[in-house]
Design a protein around this ligand. Structure first.
Ligand code: 13P
Length: 337
């Protein structure tokens, strides 16, 4: 890997040449849910084995520019004693780390404020020393006929801006993730509105705080109808509405927009990304930072068994390659077979 001397170079590297991000930063309880679905116990060794298997996949090379890790994983060593961080670097990807501490409800409302600013500066210094070169903080915005509230948007975007400033002071690239949830029966217009309000507030606050946009990555949701909405939007509509919303609020000099998959199927996540890049007309790299949409087929193929390692690695490699093509608008559904 070439020398990357500034956060601007790091941000650019992660998303250049058709690369995106593998989100593997599931907290232990979330990892437990994923493992439950395949009947595997979620203990430290199994979590290590699973992630080592992913990180050693051949398809990481050239398709994945960054991997987001959880606190436990950035400290772990592979079976043969190699730090997992070194395996990631050998694949040409940069290690990143989730630094928020999860959600807390705002009063007795159903909205939440992401926690984790306390002690963050010290944690960032340690993560840098462990090899992290970028970080992630996820804010969650709920949509209903009466939500999101102004308070939820403002408090969450303020925390994101404060986090981003601190991360840059520690020489790492902040990923800012304002996730408007798909949960619910809301329309695509309601998602557009909530995403638009969140992004407007976020970029205003990043600007106020003097955050260097060229050293920042945005991890947004796509603009879609709620998962329980009776009216589904088609691929073109999701692509058009998402681009429209981003163009209204995202500065041209932001190096990368890397979407979360948020509960979309692996194929929908790829098809939407590809459709947006085929439409084009924006300055940022438009790529992926998928968790479930990259890992789900690999998890199912693995089933916790050593003998399934190659199959699971092929599954991850395939999705990484398909999404890399989509990030350049060169994917086609016929390549899936
Ligand atoms: P999903 O792609 O599964 O939504 O996960 C991405 C992520 O990191 C959410 O914070």
């Amino acid at each position: 890997m070439r020398d990357l001397n500034t956060i601007e170079e790091v941000a650019k590297y992660i998303v250049e040449d058709g690369k995106g991000i593998l989100a593997a930063d599931e907290s232990n309880p979330t990892c437990g849910k994923r493992f439950d679905s395949i009947g595997v116990e979620s203990n430290e060794e199994n979590r290590r084995d699973y992630r080592e298997m992913l990180f050693r996949s051949e398809g990481m090379k050239g398709n994945i520019g960054g991997v987001i890790l959880f606190d436990e994983t950035i400290r772990q060593k592979a079976k043969d004693g190699t730090p997992l961080v070194n395996i990631i670097l050998d694949q040409g990807a940069l290690p990143g780390i989730k630094v928020d501490k999860g959600l807390q409800n705002i009063g007795d409302s159903e909205e939440s404020l992401t926690q984790g600013l306390e002690g963050l500066n010290e944690r960032l210094k340690e993560y840098y020393s462990l090899g992290a070169r970028f970080t992630k903080w996820r804010a969650v915005i709920k949509v209903s006929d009466s939500l999101p509230s102004e308070e939820a948007i403002l408090s969450n975007m303020s925390a994101l801006a404060e986090y981003a400033k601190l991360v840059q002071e520690n020489n790492m690239v902040p990923m800012v993730e304002p996730e408007v949830l798909m949960d619910g029966n809301h329309s695509i217009d309601q998602c557009f509105e909530a995403t638009s309000r969140s992004l407007e507030c976020l970029f205003g606050l990043l600007n106020d705080k003097g955050v260097n946009i060229k050293g920042t990555i945005l991890k947004p949701n796509m603009v879609t109808a709620g998962s329980d909405s009776p009216v589904k939007a088609d691929i073109e509509e999701v692509a058009n509405q998402t681009i429209k919303c981003l163009k209204m609020h995202v500065p041209d000099d932001l190096p990368g927009v890397t979407f979360l998959s948020g509960g979309q199927s692996d194929l929908d996540s790829t098809a939407h990304l590809d459709a947006m890049n085929k439409i084009g007309g924006f300055t940022w790299k438009l790529s992926f930072s998928y968790g479930r949409a990259l890992q789900q087929p690999a998890l199912k193929a693995w089933m916790g068994k050593n003998e399934n390692t190659s199959l699971a690695q092929e599954a991850l490699s395939h999705r990484a390659h398909m999404n890399s093509l989509a990030s350049e608008g060169s994917w086609s559904s016929s390549l899936e077979n």
